[in-house]
Design a protein around this ligand. Structure first.
Ligand code: GLA
Length: 384
């Protein structure tokens, strides 16, 4: 049954269209977005889709084919409530749009189907937020530009869901362009698309199949540790955020920050920012081995200085290198989820086999290795 048929079965009418939004990977620049840094993510060809129709009343009715459950709320009575589970991500979009003065004249029926695994570090939640914001703007002609979609989706996360997450995920999905990564300054919200032309090489996604755990508590802890570091350094440097500090200042910073943990977090942020710039230069020069080196350095820094990697991400990164990847690193928040590896295209099958068996020997778990394309942002896939 395709999504239109499921929609008909569930809502008793045909949808007016099917929209979709992609997942994302971050090539490099991890945990920099909330430190005002520049990151380099890209959207990948794993999608969340929504079939939708306009209702005669003011209800939002939403059903997920993944969780096999649904929720409904009246537009006038939206309030975050744990009983709505995942549907808080949907209702939150309408709450923020209405709060910000947009007119939503009617309710909607929405049927969701996703091939982005939940909690895998590929931003299934940002994809859902961007998807719902985009389709609502399109259907009711709200006139949101892609950058407005980013801002609405971020407000839902921060103001409605109460998460301290940065802007990278929403931006990498809403602003995505085919075969390009997004060089995004998260402080100024300035961005540039950079063609991802790697010739015989490609990025693949490595799934640990361990759901992220402790994400929100540990994530918020890292945000606070960075804020502590920043407040010490602001007394000595003329800066607004950690990512403005040059890597050459690290020795001085070591003297200024007495707390070893805070110093390590700051060190990761500053060195990672430098790696983003080096990575961008290496992309322009198509210097594949430099790209690999930087991916590995980034992983090490996330493992040792930022401490967000963990046993399974380390095992899969190591398995990728043992299997012949040019470089590999965890991607996203960490604490489980996915890694990425840079490999030679024609080597995929052999690479996959080796990673799966090495990872299984190390952990007793089955991993997945997935080939993906670098894709564009949210779109209307089919119209009635
Ligand atoms: C999660 C957050 C992002 C970003 C990454 C780490 O995906 O949602 O804002 O902070 O972690 O780079």
């Amino acid at each position: 049954m395709n999504i239109e048929e499921s929609f008909l079965k569930y809502f008793g009418c045909a949808p007016l269209g099917v929209y979709r939004a992609p997942a994302r990977i971050n090539l490099i620049g991890e945990h920099l977005d909330y430190n005002g840094g520049t990151v380099l993510p890209a959207a990948i060809s794993l999608y969340i889709s929504a079939a939708v129709s306009i209702r005669d009343d003011s209800k939002i009715k939403v059903y997920s084919l993944n969780t096999n459950n649904g929720f409904e709320v009246d537009l006038e009575e939206i309030k975050k409530d744990s009983k709505y589970e995942w549907a808080n991500y949907v209702f939150g979009v309408f709450y923020i749009l209405l709060r910000d003065g947009y007119k939503i004249p009617k309710g909607l029926n929405i049927l969701i189907s996703s091939e982005i695994p939940l909690g895998s570090g590929l931003s299934s939640s940002a994809a859902l937020l961007v998807l719902i914001t985009h389709l609502t703007s399109e259907i009711f002609k709200l006139g949101l530009l892609p950058i407005d979609v980013v801002k609405v989706a971020k407000k839902v996360e921060n103001d409605y869901l109460g998460l301290k997450s940065g802007i990278m995920d929403q931006a990498s999905i809403a602003l995505a362009k085919e075969n390009c990564c997004l060089l995004l300054n998260c402080d100024k919200l300035e961005y540039k698309h950079i063609p991802l032309d790697l010739g015989d090489y490609t990025f693949v996604v490595l799934k640990t199949n361990v759901p992220r755990s402790l994400v929100s508590s540990k994530y918020n802890e890292r945000v606070e540790e960075c804020q502590k570091g920043l407040s010490v350094l602001k007394k000595h440097f003329d800066i607004n955020n950690l990512c403005e500090i040059e890597v050459s200042k690290l020795d001085k910073i070591r003297e200024l920050i007495s707390d070893d943990v805070i110093y390590s977090r700051v060190k990761h942020v500053i060195t990672e920012q430098n790696r983003v710039y080096e990575f961008t230069k290496a992309l322009e020069k198509k210097d594949i081995s430099k790209l690999g080196e930087l991916l590995n350095e980034s992983h090490l820094s996330l493992k040792e200085d930022y401490e967000v990697s963990g046993r399974y991400l380390d095992a899969i990164q190591e398995a990728a290198l043992n299997a012949g990847a040019i470089g590999a690193r965890m991607t996203g928040a960490g604490f489980g989820g996915c890694a990425i590896a840079l490999i030679k295209k024609d080597f995929f099958n052999e690479f996959k086999e080796r990673v799966l068996s090495d990872y299984y020997n190390k952990t007793g778990l089955h991993a997945d290795v997935v080939e993906v394309n670098i894709t564009s942002g949210p779109e209307l896939l089919r119209k009635r």
